[in-house]
Design a protein around this ligand. Structure first.
Ligand code: SME
Length: 156
């Protein structure tokens, strides 16, 4: 396994295209979910310099904060609450261009302006969500959704 992340690409799509095989190689060598989530958070933060990148895991019918990169965050989120709880409830990716427009958004940081949350699915059940925040409005689009869903499938 390579210990160095190679960040290469002139567009978001190219960056993801170069990142995904590296993450695939990383997680193929490791069975521990926490270790993989920790490295994926670091790789996404390094590649895109997102404000906050991390995972919440479903434990005892709550989302519980897992490995992340960025400022401290709320530790528990109930089903249906906030962007993360909505992605969990509906088992689908949620893109929020402007967090101030999302009813019930849970503000861990006032600097976060847009967000994407991607569920990790195991036999149709959500086992965790990948949450990414940006300090720029409208920072996430269908390209992020496409590649982050592929990334989520690597560790689901
Ligand atoms: N904004 C999220 C809460 C988690 S933090 O962004 C890290 C939400 O509304 O679910």
């Amino acid at each position: 396994m390579s210990e160095n992340l190679i960040i290469k690409g002139n567009s978001k799509k190219e960056l993801y295209e170069n990142l995904l095989p590296q993450i695939k190689a990383l997680v193929e060598c490791e069975t521990d979910e926490i270790a993989n989530m920790a490295n994926i958070s670091a790789c996404l933060k390094d590649t895109f310099n997102f404000w906050w990148v991390g995972f919440y895991r479903v434990i005892d019918n709550e989302l519980v904060l897992g490995p992340f990169q960025g400022p401290l965050a709320c530790t528990r989120i109930r089903k249906g609450k906030g962007v993360c709880g909505s992605a969990w409830q509906n088992a689908e990716t949620v893109i929020v261009p402007d967090v101030d427009e999302f009813p019930g958004h849970i503000a861990c940081s006032s600097l976060s302006k847009s967000e994407i949350v991607v569920p990790l699915l195991n036999n149709g059940e959500v086992t965790a969500v990948l949450d990414i925040d940006s300090e720029k409005v409208s920072n996430f689009d269908e390209t992020d959704k496409e590649f982050l869903e592929k990334l989520a499938a690597l560790i689901s």
